[in-house]
Design a protein around this ligand. Sequence first.
Ligand SMILES: NC(=O)c1ccc[n+]([C@@H]2O[C@H](COP(=O)([O-])OP(=O)(O)OC[C@H]3O[C@@H](n4cnc5c(N)ncnc54)[C@H](O)[C@@H]3O)[C@@H](O)[C@H]2O)c1
Length: 495
Amino acid sequence: MSKSVRALKACIIGGGVIGGGWAARFLLHGWDVSVYDPHPEASRRINEVLDNARVAAPALADVPMRAEGNLSFAATLKEAVSGVSWIQESVPENLMLKHQVFAEVQAHAPNTAIIGSSTSGFKPSDLQQGARAPRRILVAHPFNPVYLLPLVEVVPGPDMSSKTRARACEVLTSIGMKPLVIRKEIDAHVADRLLESMWREALWLVNDDIATTGEIDDAIRYGFGLRWAQMGVFESYRLAGGEAGMAHFLEHFGPALEWPWSKLTNVPELTDELVEKIAEQSDAQSAHLSVRELERIRDRNLVGLLRSLKELDWAAGALLNEHDRRLAARQPDIPVKALDGSGPLRLLELSVLPAWIDYNGHMTEFRYVQVFSDTSDRLLLMMGMDSDYVASGRSYYTAETHITHLDETSVNAPLYSTSQVLMADAKRLHVFHRLHAAEDDRLLASAEAMYLHVDRESGRVCEAGPQIQAKAKAIANAHAQLPRPEAAGRYVGQR
Ligand SMILES: NC(=O)c1ccc[n+]([C@@H]2O[C@H](COP(=O)([O-])OP(=O)(O)OC[C@H]3O[C@@H](n4cnc5c(N)ncnc54)[C@H](O)[C@@H]3O)[C@@H](O)[C@H]2O)c1
């Protein structure tokens, strides 16, 4: 993958836990990054974070990521901020230090650059004090690890223009984050206030010998943590209120807040107005879905989360694996299903995701089928077989495929696929796909396939629509000039 346009440039000031994560997120989304951190080990630390991020972050993508940007380390702040459009301050949580950094940054940075501060606690008005251009400074509070967790709390400050605010959100969204704009500035924003309240209670529980730290973590990760990860607190409690919903839940469990169960005695009085307000906001958030629909969504999400945890053999996932092993000890071996399968428009650009790797450390067999199937779908889309066409009751069905494995590929390797149309007539499409390593064009596998055009209702083969036929024949005519692939028409075992 080559860069066709000049990359945008971000500057990261302070390359610790959070700055390193920001550097990785920007770089992996194609931005050039300059880092300023006087610590002698800054470069080693950032490169180590980047190594981890290069393995983990692409696993979230099912489309090719942009080519990685260039990383540089600057000797001065002045050098670091040259030509940048985003500056992310991640120095230690010390207001005086942050003020010093902003003063020097604003003396040298382009005046169009936005300065995001990673501060966990300070309000934008605290940060802006004494600044030359206060309205360019906002809070952009991320979560560790920044290259994986999408949330970033954006606190714009009272005088920030809606244009700057929108631009900030646009930048953060473009690097895969979820900017949550906080309505009013407040110490510690939103998420850390929530975390702090639970943290305080957890410390009390340890202090009073009610539970150990491990037991408290188990109380979260085997239960409500899984719920929180996909529905948060209000939507989860909505379901806990059953069909009667949020108002009922507040009526039912509200009094317990007054007893109180926890050490946090300061709770708002649940007046009728407050109950109505929360119920209304909850309705606006979720009432477009019935409780049953929400339950199904919740369940699907939970299955997805648990499967991911299982793959990583972590927390509740490790428990599931252990349970599997116990069951396997009692059951006969389940036979492994053999996926024996029997070409140049460049159609797909992709990389081998970590989840595609088998026990030999290579891309596992069924992913080749998926890649060739996706290649066929892209070709058919190019020919005009879009969702409207399929909805009209016609489609191509796969009649035959023959995949040949020629070389190995491993995790994160960039790949591309091509397709050569060997023959197209009114009812049939005969193609030869090839899968290549992007780095050296090595041929990794090929797939020969025959597709038949089918009337979906009758299940019978029929002629494709005239536009599709015309496009298919045009591609086939162009490809008739190409040498016929040597492997086309081979039977299994013939090389
Ligand atoms: N750690 C977290 O989980 C977390 C989460 C979200 C936000 N934050 C916020 O991010 C900021 C940084 O926290 P961290 O955990 O990465 O701290 P850290 O100690 O890991 O990193 C701070 C880095 O800043 C560097 N530094 C110190 N003075 C500097 C200067 N004058 N110019 C440039 N660099 C300088 C240090 O060498 C260090 O590498 C804080 O404001 C913190 O509140 C932290």
